[in-house]
Structure formats: C-alpha cells, structure tokens
Design a protein around this ligand. Structure first.
Ligand SMILES: Nc1ncnc2c1ncn2[C@@H]1O[C@H](COP(=O)(O)OP(=O)(O)O)[C@@H](O)[C@H]1O
Ligand SMILES: [Mg+2]
Length: 274
C-alpha cells in the first residue's frame, strides 16, 4: 500500500464549517486503500519523506503561514515531492491574480482589476469590494463606495483586487476531480454561505464551469468552481479554488458522497502512477 500524508488543520475555525468533521470522514475512507498519516499544514517537512503522496486538504488560508507555505512550494520542486492537487494550477493556488487575466480574456467572471487606472473595465456602480490578492475565508474583504476607492486602494503595491459589488441571487459551486464533474451545491440563503443544498446543474451551467477547468488544465486534483447567479440570470465566476477547496462532503447524499470517495481514490492512484 502507498502512503498518503494527509494535510489538514483539524481545529481551524473556518466560518460555518468544521474541517475536522469532513477530514475525519475522508481519512476514514481513504485509509481503506492507503496507509495514511495526518499532519498539520505547518508540519509537512517533518513527514514529507515518508509519504508517496502529499494530499493537501483543508489547510485554511495559507497566508496564515506564508513562509512555511512558500518553503513547501520550493521543496515540491527541489525534492520532486508528489502532491495532490498537483501544484501546476493557475488559479487560487497562486493567489487571486488570475482573476485579472480572466477578466482581460473576457471570461464570464466578476470583473476584476488591481489598479484604479483600469476602473473603466468595471461597471459604474455605487459599491465596490476590495479584497487582498492573497486572501481566503473572506479575510480582509471590504465594501467601499466609489468616492472612497482612492483611499482604500494602494496605487503602488497592487496587493488588492477591486470588483463591483454584485447583488447576486445565490452562490453555487461545482466540484470536479481531475476534469470530471462530481456534484454541485448552492447556498439558497445569501446570509448563510456554508449552508449548502443540492443543486441540479443544467448543461449550460456545466459548460460554464468546464471552461474554467479547461483553462486551468491542472495535472490532477480537486477543484471547486464558485459562481454567483446574477439578477439577470447569468453565472459569473467568484473564484476557482484549485488549492484546498472545502468539499462539504457531509452535506451530500450518501450516494453522491460514496461516488466521490471512490472517484477520489482512483484519481489518487492515477496521480501516484504518473
Ligand atoms: N464582488 C462581489 N460582490 C458580492 N459579493 C462578493 C463579491 N466578492 C466576494 N463576495 C462574497 O464574499 C465571499 C468570499 O469572497 P471570495 O472572493 O470567494 O474570497 P475567499 O477567497 O475569501 O473565499 C463570496 O463567497 C461572496 O459571498
Ligand atoms: Mg470564496
């Protein structure tokens, strides 16, 4: 049996989610097919040499341990560590910068800029959202009026993103393993982002989500396409989580959850052989 180093911060206090519940479930299933060691995201170095594959799961925002995260990324390359997800993604794994690239390439996303010189690329609205490029879990996100943008956006550092505030109908997420769609969930109550319900995706929805999966083209791993449904009925990307998407596995039906676990085991096997 191959050995997995399963990386998670079991006790991280994420908004509306308990990482440990999801990861106790997932590790209990994966250990049927693999030897499995659980470790905290800041302790990877101590265990990485005994693992055939490092499974980076619910680590919480990596900005909380930036230096160790960057050192880990360097060791992946220098020691040829095998990781799951593969770290060759272009999306959230490198911060939120990709949203600017996707805006300029006219993908269906919430229009995003990082300098007020580009304000003409955004719709003219009363309220904007400013968020750090290396943010996660809504850390550092602020609502800013048009008049206050100058004060809130540092013209030189370009370390924040500016978006129009979208008064969407609901948020919906599409979950993929490798390039295969697994399930979709949505948050019917806008005030309860993490109270998710089953969402029946249409072909149009899946065509939308797949564009981002194809654009990212990672070697293997789990991705979550987060989108919002506007009042006009269209979907816009909020983020493409290709580092450590929380999966809400315990909100799924037994069938879907089981299918996901089986698919993930196969994907892990494949990545080990690659
Ligand atoms: N431009 C926006 N307009 C309206 N709501 C937004 C916007 N950007 C983010 N949000 C809200 O904030 C949440 C967190 O933002 P997101 O960009 O996904 O960052 P994080 O990496 O912190 O999850 C989203 O799920 C959404 O509810
Ligand atoms: Mg998000």
């Amino acid at each position: 049996m191959k050995t997995l180093l399963f990386v998670t911060d079991l006790y991280y206090e994420a908004k509306g989610r308990n990482y440990y519940e999801e990861d106790l479930f997932l590790t209990s299933k994966l250990r049927e097919a693999f030897n499995l060691v659980i470790c905290h995201p800041e302790d990877i170095e101590a265990f990485e040499d005994i693992a055939d594959l490092i499974v980076f799961r619910n680590a919480g925002p990596v900005s909380n341990f930036k230096d160790k995260y960057e050192a880990f990324r360097k060791r992946i390359v220098s020691k040829r560590l095998k990781t799951y997800n593969a770290f060759n993604g272009k999306a959230d794994v490198n911060g939120k910068e990709y949203l600017i690239e996707l805006t300029n390439a006219h993908f269906p996303i919430i229009p995003t800029i990082d300098t007020l010189d580009s304000l003409h690329k955004l719709p003219d609205v009363d309220m904007y959202i400013v968020k750090p490029k290396d943010g996660a879990d809504s850390i550092g996100m602020e609502f800013v009026t048009k008049d206050d943008l100058n004060k809130k956006v540092d013209a030189k550092s370009k370390n924040t993103l500016i978006q129009p505030f979208i008064n969407f109908e609901y948020e919906v997420s599409f979950y993929y393993i490798d390039k295969e769609f697994q399930y979709a969930l949505y948050a019917p109550d806008k005030d309860k982002r993490w109270e998710l319900k089953n969402y029946v995706a249409t072909e149009e929805d899946l065509a939308f989500a797949k564009r981002f999966i194809e654009w990212n083209n990672i070697d293997w791993g789990i991705q979550r396409v987060d989108a919002c449904r506007t009042k006009q009925g269209e979907l816009l990307l909020v983020e493409l989580e290709d580092l450590n998407p929380y999966l809400s596995l315990l909100e799924l039906s037994e069938d879907t959850r089981q299918r996901f676990v089986e698919f993930m085991k196969k994907s892990l096997e494949k990545s080990l052989q690659d």
